[in-house]
Design a protein around this ligand. Structure first.
Ligand code: UDP
Length: 314
């Protein structure tokens, strides 16, 4: 049985990856320090003999006894609100955490896939963004702690590949949504859904003309799974190219949730908020035979079912 270590296992993406690898017949070692993750996301796995959990901060030396075939490094604060609150931890997990896990991969002769982000493109001057674009990032702006940590993650991963011949994969993840997103994580989808369910104002930042492209979590997990099993060492964008303005997105949420008390309110645009974002997925299509399957209407309905269960109304 192949053994896979997943860091950030109690987080939104990490927990879905744990489910997928269990379903595929792997032994999964989940690791998290619960800085932003929650055990409720993986509680259902604890009874399985194919699953074990380590409470550990990967910015400290990481050891896992025995054989290890694959490592997926998904630990990091990932919402702008989180990394504004935890700038040093964000830098450390992207830099020191990645360094520790690359060392573990080398020691175990394991293949490692690291989670990068569309944020490496910053506020992009090329649209949509192909992997060949180098980005437009402000290193000293508030988002720099995440963007630069992830750029370092890519650089050190490539260095381990080129210098040590380590078997590496880099996924650049675009905005992803689905069940298990944290209600209060500050990102646009949990914010809009919880505000709409409670009958409050949907907080559109700026004039809402900025765009994002939202990918349903099952599609993302499929892309990551295929990338891990491919032989592609170059970064690969995984995301849904279906682009929408944030104001249009607020209208879609209002229409779906159907709470007459909900409405749109405008708030200040955060500093360095990217104006546009859309993945060019030519490489993922060619190398992985992957493209998203779940349309936004379907993904949003599934996500709404989840949020209706977890959003409190008082
Ligand atoms: N946003 C918004 N209202 C919110 C939260 C976010 O209008 O309550 C906007 C934000 O300014 C950005 C987009 O929605 O333009 C996506 O923000 P998010 O924090 O989800 O992630 P990002 O893509 O910026 O990393």
């Amino acid at each position: 049985m192949k053994k896979v270590l997943i860091t950030g296992a109690a987080g939104f993406l990490g927990s879905h990856l744990c489910d997928r690898f269990i379903r595929e017949g792997y032994h999964v070692v989940g690791m998290d320090n619960l800085l932003t993750g929650s055990l409720t996301n993986i509680e259902h796995l604890f009874k399985l003999k194919e699953f074990e959990y380590y409470h550990h901060d990967v910015t400290k030396f990481v050891h896992v006894p025995g054989e290890l075939h694959y490592i997926l490094h998904f630990a990091s604060p990932a919402s702008p609100m989180d990394y504004l609150k935890m700038p040093i931890q964000t830098l450390k997990v992207g830099a020191l955490g990645t360094y520790n896990l690359l060392g573990l991969a080398k020691e175990k002769n394991a293949r490692i896939l690291v989670a990068s982000t569309s944020e490496v493109y910053g506020d992009p001057l090329i649209h949509p963004q192909p992997e060949s674009y180098w980005g437009n990032v402000n290193p000293v702006g508030p988002r720099g702690v995440y963007d630069e940590a992830k750029r370092f993650l890519e650089a050190i991963t490539m260095a381990y590949h080129n210098f040590h011949g380590l078997d590496t994969r880099i996924v650049r993840i675009f905005n992803t949504y689905g069940p298990r997103m944290r209600v209060m994580d500050g990102r646009v989808l949990p914010a809009f859904f919880s505000q709409a369910i409670r009958g409050e104002g949907l907080t559109v930042f700026g004039d809402g003309s900025q765009t994002r492209s939202f990918c349903y979590v099952d599609d993302l997990v499929e892309g990551i799974y295929r990338l891990l099993l491919s032989d592609c060492h170059e970064p690969v964008n995984i995301g849904n190219p279906d682009e929408i303005t944030i104001l249009e997105f607020a209208s879609e949420v209002l229409e779906l949730v159907k709470n007459p008390a909900a409405h749109v309110v405008f708030k200040d645009l955060p500093v360095d908020d990217p104006k546009v974002r859309q993945p060019d997925i030519t490489r993922a299509k060619a190398v992985l035979g992957w493209e998203p399957q779940v349309p936004r209407s379907e993904g949003l309905q599934k996500t709404l079912d989840y949020f209706r269960q977890v959003v409190t109304l008082d």
